[in-house]
Ligand binder design. Structure first.
Ligand code: UD1
Ligand code: CA
Length: 424
């Protein structure tokens, strides 16, 4: 028996209630897909070898996402979709000779953390368990499978639609995350029956199957119910975004970041922020970013990903930054777009400055470089590709289309003309 663990992620379902043409698991929170959150959490544990994503609806789009972004993940087609048990059975050919553990999760529960997955697997191993199910206790667990115990022991999971009135009273429900000893449990998948209320092959039936075979079945109860929040609708998507955001803000506050208004600041999971940085109201940060210490961000700033900001930088009102590096002591305080740029330290970007990075006809994006100590006058357009040297001065209102040498003044402004005594 090996110690290897592989993961199976169920993502073939239609997600009808999303009312969308897009696969449910490709919907995004802060620019990252729901499936991306699950795969990232799995990979962050560093104990899962390969992941198999079960796809059906929009299989091509999901496969493209997985193969493009994850080296250790692949998709397996389930068509038609005959239930969660049928979905897992699709990996049987891939795992024919595998004799480690298989972790099973759903692609629509993006809030699950790597810490919880690690604790769950550790529990499974410590119990020497063959089948472990994650449960949660809820006051009103409607629409979920209920955990049926025999004394302390796990006996079965009964779906709400198949449950008796008495079983519906049970407040412990199936969170939809499982860990199984593959070689002991794999034969269950050819024995599942679909004689239930939904006419589906239920994954949850592997519990009673395991009990009947004398396997060691266990329940791990999660500490934080919000982690297994499943997304079935746009309402859930908004709720999950907000729940995740509040957790992220909490973490930054604990790390010494000042957030003036936690009700209007949105920060993606993959953003690092140094201590003593102040985030003012109405700031929206998506994607992967790194912000240094002692910076001031906002109010009304938008960081769109792949942004690296060093210490003591000011990004003020109505400033949008994407795919750019900004070195220390640089300010862009008002009304600016910085895209695909590399900006040195001690630079001042005047109000209304635009890095014109995009050619609509060639669809090409080009880079702007501004070296240390330069001053970009207000309302300038820097047409990329362009390099502004060190300690340059760009006159206000200029359109810069050529590189500017160190210490030069560049301006494209028409000479000022004044007409005296114009008003009679
Ligand atoms: C399932 C569980 C239920 C549990 C709940 C937790 C079963 C039978 N029930 O119910 O006990 O409380 O999750 O969220 O497993 N999927 C496929 N192929 C299919 C069917 C589903 O890949 O043929 C995927 C879906 O895309 C989804 C996941 O499996 O990601 C769960 O399926 P869903 O139909 O939503 O199951 P629930 O009714 O929520
Ligand atoms: Ca579901």
């Amino acid at each position: 028996m090996t110690n290897e663990i592989n993961a199976v992620i169920l993502a073939a379902g239609k997600g009808t209630r999303m009312k969308s043409d897009k696969s449910k698991v490709l919907h995004e929170i802060f620019g990252k897909t729901l499936l991306g959150y699950v795969l990232d959490a799995i990979n962050k544990t560093q104990i899962i070898k390969n992941s198999y994503v079960i796809v059906g609806h929009q299989a091509d789009a999901v496969t493209e996402f997985v193969t493009k972004n994850y080296d250790n993940a692949q998709t397996v087609l389930q068509s038609p979709q005959l239930g969660t048990g049928h979905a897992v059975s699709m990996v049987c050919p891939c795992l024919e000779n595998f004799d480690g553990e298989v972790l099973i999760l759903c692609g629509d529960t993006p809030l699950v953390t790597s810490e919880t997955i690690k604790k769950f697997i550790k529990y499974h191993k410590n119990q020497n368990s063959d089948i472990t199910v994650m449960s949660a206790i809820f006051d009103n667990p409607s629409n979920y499978g209920r955990i049926i115990r025999n004394g302390e022991n796990l006996a079965a999971i009964v779906e709400e639609k198949d449950a008796t009135t008495l079983q519906k009273e049970i407040k412990e429900f199936n969170a939809g995350i499982y860990c199984i000893n593959w070689s002991k449990v794999k034969s269950a998948f050819s024995e599942l029956k679909n004689n239930n209320a939904q006419g589906e092959y239920y994954l949850t039936d592997i519990i009673s199957w395991g009990v009947s075979k004398g396997l060691n079945t266990n329940v791990y109860t999660i500490e934080d119910n919000s982690e297994i929040f499943g997304i079935n609708s746009k309402i859930h998507l908004a709720q999950a975004t907000s729940m995740l955001n509040q957790k992220i803000l909490q973490k930054h506050l604990e790390n010494g970041v000042t957030i003036v208004d936690t009700n209007s600041v949105w920060i993606s999971q993959d953003t690092e922020i140094g201590a003593d940085t102040v985030i003012f109201p109405n700031v929206y940060i998506t994607g992967k970013n790194k912000i240094g210490n002692n910076c001031k961000i906002g109010p009304f700033a938008h960081l769109r990903g792949n942004v690296e900001i060093e210490n003591n930088v000011k990004i003020g009102n109505f400033v949008e930054v994407k795919n750019s590096k900004i070195s220390s002591n640089t300010n862009a305080c008002h009304l600016t777009y910085i895209g695909d740029s590399e900006i040195g330290s001690g630079v001042n970007i005047g109000a209304g400055t635009i890095t014109a990075n995009y050619n609509h006809f060639t669809k090409k994006k080009s880079k702007t470089v501004i070296k240390d100590g330069s001053s970009i006058g207000s309302n300038s357009v820097l047409v990329a590709p362009v390099t502004i040297g060190e300690k340059c001065s760009i006159g206000a209102g200029s359109v810069i289309t050529k590189d500017v040498e160190d210490k030069a003044l560049a301006l494209t402004r028409a000479a000022l003309r004044t007409v005296e005594n114009y008003i009679k």
